[in-house]
Design a protein around this ligand. Structure first.
Ligand SMILES: *Cc1c(COP(=O)(O)O)cnc(C)c1O
Length: 380
C-alpha cells in the first residue's frame, strides 16, 4: 500500500470549473477572481479578501502595506515555514524569533514582551497546524506596545478562534495559503483578509504594479479605458482566474475536508494513545483545520522512524526545522543552535502523519499497524 504524505483532493467539480475558465477566453485575474474573493470573504466573515499568487506574497504585501522597512524588527516564531521570516527580511527588517510553547507549538505568549524593543513594529502570528494562537492575549500585548499584527494562517483556513469566529475575521491582516498541500488549494495561491478600509486599496495597488484604478476611474469618466497611473513601484502578485475557479470549488468543500481530517486525527489519537509518544494537543474550545497531525516520538529515533515508514511506502514530513538552525539566519541575523530550546526539542522528535480527506479507512489502519510495528521493534 503506497500512501503519499499530502496529495491534493481534486474532484470533477474542480476539473469542470477550470475547463470552463479555459474555454472562456479570460485566463488572468478577472471576474472569477472577484467571485472567489467575495465568496472567501463571506465564508471567513470579513469585509475584504484580496487574492494573490501565494501566501508568501500575501505576507510580504501586508508587511509592506503597514510600512515595515529597514531597521525595523518584527516578532515571530522560529517554528514555521521559512516564508514567514523571509518576507520580513525582504522588507529590510529583522525577524526576532520568540520560542514556542510545548503544548500548541505556537509562539509562547509569556516570552513575547521580553523581545520587544523600540524598533519592534509588528508581530507575525503563525497558527501552527491550524491550531489558532490565543489572539486575545496577543492583541493585548500588541495594543499596549502599539504593534501591528499579521496572522500567518497558511495552515488555518477554516479554523476558528476560541470565540467561535473564523481565523481571518477579527480584523487583523491575515494571510492564507492555497499551496497544493494546504487545507484547500488552488495549485499555488494565497489570500489576504482584512476589515481595514484604508489598507485595502493600498494592498490592491501593491498587488498589481502599483497601478491605481482610482486615477483610471477619474480619467475615463465613461470614455477611455486605456489610461492608468502608477503611484508606487508595485509588484506582480495577482492570481489568475484559472486558480480562482479551483479555489471556488475547493471552498465549497473546505468544511467537509476539515471535518474528515478531524475524524482521521481522532482515529490516530484513539489508536496511538497507548504508545509512549506525545500526541497532538487539540484545544477542545476551538475548531481546527487539522492541516497537520504531528506526533512526537519521545525516546524513539525520529530519523530512523521516517526511514522505516519510507520502506513501508508511507509518506511523512517534518514541520518544522527551527529557523535559527538555518545557515542563512545564523549568518544574517546571528541566530545559533540553542537559542530556542523548546522549538529545538520539539523538532528533534516530531513527525507529521498523512491526514487528508481521501485517506481511506484501510490506509489509516495500515498506518497505525506500521507505526506500532516500527516503534515496538525499535523499543526492544
Ligand atoms: C506554506 C506556508 C507558507 C507559504 O505559503 P505559500 O502559499 O506556499 O507561499 C507560509 N507560512 C507557513 C506557516 C506555511 O506553512
Amino acid at each position: 500500500m503506497k500512501i503519499p504524505f499530502a496529495p491534493p483532493y481534486i474532484a470533477d467539480g474542480e476539473i469542470r470549473a477550470v475547463t470552463e475558465v479555459l474555454k472562456s477566453g479570460w485566463l488572468s485575474m478577472g471576474y472569477k477572481t472577484r467571485e472567489f474573493e467575495e465568496k472567501f470573504a463571506e465564508y471567513i466573515g470579513v469585509k475584504y479578501a484580496i487574492a494573490v499568487n501565494s501566501c508568501t506574497s500575501a505576507l510580504f504585501l501586508c508587511l509592506k502595506a503597514i510600512g515595515i522597512k529597514k531597521g525595523d524588527e518584527v516578532i515571530t516564531t522560529p517554528f514555521t515555514f521559512v516564508a514567514t521570516a523571509n518576507t520580513i527580511v525582504h522588507c529590510g527588517a529583522k525577524p526576532v524569533f520568540v520560542d514556542i510553547d510545548e503544548k500548541t507549538y505556537n509562539i509562547d505568549l509569556e516570552k513575547i514582551e521580553e523581545k520587544i524593543t523600540e524598533r519592534t513594529k509588528a508581530i507575525v502570528v503563525v497558527h501552527y497546524g491550524g491550531q489558532p494562537s490565543d489572539m486575545n492575549k496577543i492583541s493585548k500585548i500588541a495594543d499596549s506596545y502599539g504593534l501591528r499584527i499579521i496572522e500567518d494562517a497558511a495552515h488555518a483556513t477554516g479554523s476558528c478562534y476560541e470565540n467561535g469566529k473564523r481565523v481571518g475575521s477579527i480584523g487583523n491582516l491575515t494571510c492564507f495559503s492555497f499551496y497544493a498541500t494546504k487545507p484547500m488549494t488552488t495549485g499555488e495561491g494565497g489570500m489576504i483578509t482584512l476589515n481595514d478600509d484604508a489598507l485595502v486599496e493600498r494592498l490592491k495597488i501593491l498587488r498589481l504594479h502599483g497601478i491605481s484604478k482610482d486615477a483610471w476611474k477619474r480619467y475615463i469618466d465613461g470614455k477611455a479605458s486605456w489610461y492608468y497611473e502608477v503611484v508606487d513601484a508595485g509588484y506582480k502578485f495577482n492570481t489568475t482566474d484559472v486558480n480562482a475557479a479551483l479555489g471556488i470549488e475547493q471552498l465549497k468543500k473546505l468544511d467537509w475536508m476539515n471535518e474528515r481530517r478531524k475524524e482521521i486525527a481522532l482515529f490516530y489519537d484513539e489508536h496511538l494513545k497507548d504508545l509512549d509518544i506525545i500526541l497532538l494537543y487539540m484545544n477542545p474550545k476551538m475548531k481546527l483545520s487539522f492541516h497537520l497531525y504531528p506526533i512526537r516520538l519521545n525516546k524513539y529515533n525520529r530519523d530512523k522512524f521516517i526511514i522505516e515508514m519510507v520502506k513501508k511506502e508511507i509518506g511523512t514530513s517534518v514541520h518544522f526545522i527551527p529557523l535559527n538552525l538555518m545557515p542563512y539566519y545564523q549568518k544574517a541575523c546571528g541566530y545559533k543552535k540553542g537559542d530556542f530550546p523548546v522549538a529545538e526539542k520539539v523538532f528533534k522528535d516530531i513527525v507529521s502523519l498523512p491526514i487528508y480527506p481521501q485517506l481511506k479507512d484501510e490506509e489509516m489502519r495500515y498506518i497505525i499497524t506500521t507505526i506500532k510495528d516500527i516503534l515496538e521493534v525499535e523499543h526492544e
